[in-house]
Design a protein around this ligand. Sequence first.
Ligand code: FES
Ligand code: FE2
Length: 329
Amino acid sequence: MIRNQWYVIASSDEIKEKPIGMKRFNEKLVLWRDKAGKVVCLFDKCCHRGVALSKGSIVHDHLQCPFHGLAFDAEGKCVLVPANGKEASVPKHYFVNKYTTHEAHGFIWIFWGDTDKIQSEPSFFNNLYGMHYATKKDPWKAHYSRVIENQLDCAHVPFIHKKTIGRGNKTMVDGPKVVWKKDDQFYMYVYNKLDDGSQPKKPNELKEKPEGSQRLEFIFPNLWQNYITSKMRIVGAFVPIDDEHTILYLRFYQNFINIPLIRPLVHWLFMKFNIKVAHEDRRVVETQRPIISRLNIGEKLFQADLPIIEYRKLREQLLKEADKSAEVS
Ligand code: FES
Ligand SMILES: [Fe+2]
């Protein structure tokens, strides 16, 4: 996992006023909404004797440990040790670590790293405004880097998805074309075709498709969009649980059905299909070794893997930068 990045970690509707525990980045976290509705995220371990704070409750807008009643504010500072009496001051070293949170577009982000490295708000797709969506959580037994790379992989489609989205035996891959749009965001255009005996076209022989055409978009570190048409998209957030587990938050967006009564049924049907397709991938991605992808792991990549190579290059760079800043601080 790359430090000093904003990561989507949950869907907004999962976080309520009641504290909830979840594992992310190999750490146990507790999240809840304070009185103002803002999402708070602390380490899920009481500094007194290690109990999971997610088993506690909110009392006067503080999270109270169920064991001996220590109360923590939204910064993780302990504000009450009941055994010492409510008049006693609480020593400064009574605290639990916290993460900075951000909520937008129905997702919760945390800044995973050092707060002094926060420069801006998290990036998101700017072309989903006004669309309706449905979300499904899908657990994978794989590192999030492998799950992401699968969504950037054009050559697998006619094999893994031969009965669904990969029908037609388009095994030959022209390009693909990768275009960086921002420091942390690229588009990729897929040009799969029947093997007609020709040589695959090189990426630089291909042009960007016109605006509105099908493309894939990726935003570091963990957001992906399949821009199918202006009216229909699939978005994935790849949420790291630990080195061997990821939750794929899969969303279907559309704006062609506006009738509220029919919408849930349409969303359900599309999500059923999208999850079926994702499970075609999951079956093989879970077998990939090494578990964690890096730039140089001895894989024999070919031209069609260009988007994966682009992903790995920036990932490697960000990992190095994060290491460097850890050495300095
Ligand atoms: S373990 Fe939390 S108050 Fe004692
Ligand atoms: Fe796939």
